[in-house]
Design a binder for this molecule. Sequence first.
Ligand SMILES: NC(=O)c1ccc[n+]([C@@H]2O[C@H](COP(=O)([O-])OP(=O)(O)OC[C@H]3O[C@@H](n4cnc5c(N)ncnc54)[C@H](OP(=O)(O)O)[C@@H]3O)[C@@H](O)[C@H]2O)c1
Length: 317
Amino acid sequence: MRHKAIAIIGGSGFIGSHLVNALVDMGKDVRIATRRRYNARHLTILPIDVIETDVFDPVQLARFVEGADCVINLVAILNSKRGTPYGREFARTHVELPTRIVAACEGKGVHRLIHISALGANPNGPSMYSRSKGDGEKAVHAANVAWTIFRPSVVFGPEDQFLNKFAFLQRTFPVLPLAMPDAKFQPVYVDDVAKAIVNVLDLDAASGQTYELGGPTVYTLEDLVTYCGDVIGKHARIIRLPEALARLQALTFEMAPGEPVISRDNLDSMKVDNVLSGPLAPELGIEPVAIETIAPVYLTGASTRSRFDTFRATAGR
Ligand SMILES: NC(=O)c1ccc[n+]([C@@H]2O[C@H](COP(=O)([O-])OP(=O)(O)OC[C@H]3O[C@@H](n4cnc5c(N)ncnc54)[C@H](OP(=O)(O)O)[C@@H]3O)[C@@H](O)[C@H]2O)c1
């Protein structure tokens, strides 16, 4: 079955923006829902429809998915205030929203749904993030549509909030108190994530499948911080924090205004290694690129413009 009209929720974000580009390259008709058109300004040069939508409003959500051949959900948050088994915002964003998306797809006869979850999603997981992601997946399992779930490990690429953060911290501070230095990750390149999604979009056999996504190498957090220092030519002295101090550090960040650098829930997520349980599924059709091939280009500013800046410059904005 060829899916032509693709409705993306969360398409303005890091992975979504790369996915939108891949879908446009394939000639798909793409529409994205955004809370504010401004958030998707880097995409408006592309031949897509950017539609301001409150996706939590069932009427607006139904209108957004109507006529789509496939809906893709990329909405997620990293932190939430406590208040439910998952935290209030996690419950709303990771569980209620997928439930509403399923209902909208069923109501409007959309028969294909791709849901981006995360490695470690587990209703009984150690963090509110992992538990809410796990229950979000359960909502998708119950859908009467051809669903596919993706579970990436941490994702890297020019606009990531991961390696860029370690590079920034080491450019800025001489000392880096590091929580969970032995936590393991298998970072995957953002364009490989996008490629895997488009490769199974039209694949009937992908219906009912959950695909893990990771890169070629497993690293500890400390390895990754050290690697970023190597690339930028500036190392902060890493202080490995014991758990009690790590939690105190996270609590301090949580009390400061804005998104915390790290939260106690993030620490809880890292109690489970973020690595694949087996080899990548062959139908994903990707040979994952190594961090060492890509990251130096953007961490050192060798590529002075991200591809989205290039779009904007071309558009004269
Ligand atoms: N990045 C990673 O390392 C990583 C790793 C594992 C799994 N994942 C998963 O991959 C998916 C995409 O991640 P990402 O890094 O691309 O995320 P992102 O950059 O934060 O983008 C998420 C998008 O969701 C929308 N959104 C956020 N909060 C919302 C809310 N309360 N209501 C409605 N829309 C909201 C935003 O769109 P608007 O601002 O336009 O409304 C935003 O563009 C998520 O499910 C994430 O859990 C990511």
